[in-house]
Design a protein around this ligand. Sequence first.
Ligand code: PEP
Length: 255
Amino acid sequence: MSHPLVIANWKMNIPSGGISGWIQNEMISSNDEVDFENKSSYFKFMGIAPPTSHLTELRNLFNFGFLGVQDISKYYDGAKTGDISADMVIEKGCSFSILGHSERREFYNETNSIVSEKLRVCLEKDIMPVVCIGESLEIYNAGKTLDILEIQLKEIFTSISTKKTAVIAYEPVWAIGSGKTPTTDEVNNIHQHIKDIVQSIANIEAVNVIYGGSVNCDNAKSFFQQTNIDGALIGGASLDGKDFLGIYNDFMETL
Ligand code: PEP
């Protein structure tokens, strides 16, 4: 694993106690087990992707781990109303971007080809891409998960050549926010296939595959214990600082 990562994706939400509440009241002070003397090193595998409007506030209050965005423009600058460029997010201290989340695909018609363009921008600008792929319930039930993942990966990664790390988030669409998950064995096998497929179609120095979809305090450890699961992308449970830190602690214990 070159870059394991546990990422909080807050989506278009602010934690109920606000950012300072999430950090002070819930995330930090709720956990006595962590050696906070050494926070920089402890949080080196944590990423947080708040709404872009709250990047500065978060960075001012919590200067550890990686800051990221939930999406990025495929363009570099200019007349692209509503977009935020790679340079802009770098200036805000971000070092990763989630790409092609299923909600972007569903609500904004984002295609694999758009995700691929964004991936190239991220690699060029030195922003770690966290590329989301995943199948619908219909595909899962039909036993065609690997076929669909292979199509997604080919359309996004073919002919990519880089010495940088790429993170792929395997997120079955039916598992996101549903409380349902595939078994940890299933996810582990799928992650191995994802790594094999990417190695065969692209030239990438390091590929880490993280899992996303209804990860919570109760099930996180069983995912992290699998050899091919290099971390997690967490939506709902990341809004509670205590839960998110608990998941992160579980991850650190299995490293
Ligand atoms: C997500 O939206 O990427 C996600 C994994 O959400 P949740 O953890 O709520 O299923």
